[in-house]
Design a binder for this molecule. Structure first.
Ligand code: HEC
Length: 144
């Protein structure tokens, strides 16, 4: 009996003895902070935010708000809701976008008198002036 168990346990011990240095080297490598490797791109803190609005990613906050309020209210010509939403948009003007508040206010005033062309002018004015820059610089921020 002993002659069977002894060789097996010594084989086991040899395996452990062989594995310990390998494990030690492996863990030593993983634990080293001195590695000059650059951080992988996903570790950048702005990576997830910068991807909103792109294919396969959720809409950005303002983009989603535009679709679910202004666009949704303009289609059925819900001027009352358009007026309120455009006023809210004007009140949330981000820094660095000249005339944002005024363009939104002009749209709200047009909505108050059910002037669809006037409302659309305000959409177009702000989009023409600011949409591209906003998308490039600030689209990850939530205005609401
Ligand atoms: C004061 C500025 C401003 C006004 C007024 C405005 N928008 Fe926008 N809109 C923006 C900005 C900025 C974006 C870009 C948001 C983004 O892509 O992150 C945008 C984006 C949108 C989008 C998203 C398009 C897409 O799928 O990427 C829709 C839809 C939209 N606006 C509809 C409207 C409508 C309809 C009106 C008028 C009733 C309107 N907007 C008025 C600033 C404005």
């Amino acid at each position: 009996m002993r002659s069977v168990t002894t060789p097996r346990s010594s084989w086991c011990r040899r395996l452990v003895v062989a594995l310990v240095p390998i494990l030690a080297v492996f863990m030593g490598c993983k634990g080293s902070d001195a590695s000059p490797e650059p951080l992988p791109p996903l570790a950048r803190s702005d990576a997830p935010a910068a991807q909103c609005g792109e294919t396969g990613h959720p809409d950005c906050p303002t983009q989603l708000w535009m679709k679910s309020t202004l666009q949704a209210y303009l289609r059925p010509r819900n001027f009352e809701r358009l007026e309120g939403s455009l006023r809210a948009l004007g009140a949330r003007a981000p820094n660095g976008y000249a005339g944002w508040q005024e363009m939104a206010a002009a749209g709200a005033a047009a909505a108050a008198v059910a002037d669809e062309a006037g409302v659309r002018n305000s959409c177009k004015a702000c989009h023409d002036n600011h949409r591209a820059a906003f998308r490039q610089q600030d689209r990850a921020i939530a205005l609401f």
